[in-house]
Write a protein that binds this ligand. Sequence first.
Ligand code: BEZ
Length: 209
Amino acid sequence: MSLRIGNIAPNFKIETTQGTIDFHDWAKGSWTFFFSHPADYTPVCTTEMGRTAQLAPEFEKRNVKPLGLSTDTVEEHLGWIKDVNETQNTVLEFPIVADKDKKVAELYDMIHPDEDDTAAVRSVFIIDPSMKIRLTMTYPMAVGRNFAEILRVIDALQTTDKQEVACPADWQVGHPVIIRPSVSDDDAKNKFPQGWKTLRPYLRLTNLK
Ligand code: BEZ
């Protein structure tokens, strides 16, 4: 069965470009951006790895650790990282899982046989510091991911964890948020003293301080 939002991310122990990791030990206390890609030495994957490396300060600011995965070996990953660094003008410092036996790819349902029998599709798991899966996304092999969306959804999850709000369509940091319908107007007076705009009783917008 595939993994769902709210599930605890299954643990695994595996070789990576930075040595063997026990996933839960490695990830504990941070958010994780866990993502698979089809194969080393392929063009779209090269740009995605480069983009993840370039965004290191943005991930760090949000307490997020990136973790890549493909069904290649550590040696293949290490050779390819040199190409990523040279062609994408970056220094890739996050670990990449070497899942030659497809153990983790199968555990996380990253292999979709009607797309490819052996290589992983472009799966994304955003996992919170308590190891709960908070978001999943799956992209096909020929389409690179939108990293602005990955950062945006992390910002939105972290915002909605802090206050009883939800984020509307296309929300960005600094935009108004929705006061959750479970919060009564009386409670909202204490929780959102800055006030709000009521478009409908179930649609109240406020600006966070
Ligand atoms: C790529 O990364 O360019 C790619 C990998 C597998 C299939 C199609 C594209």
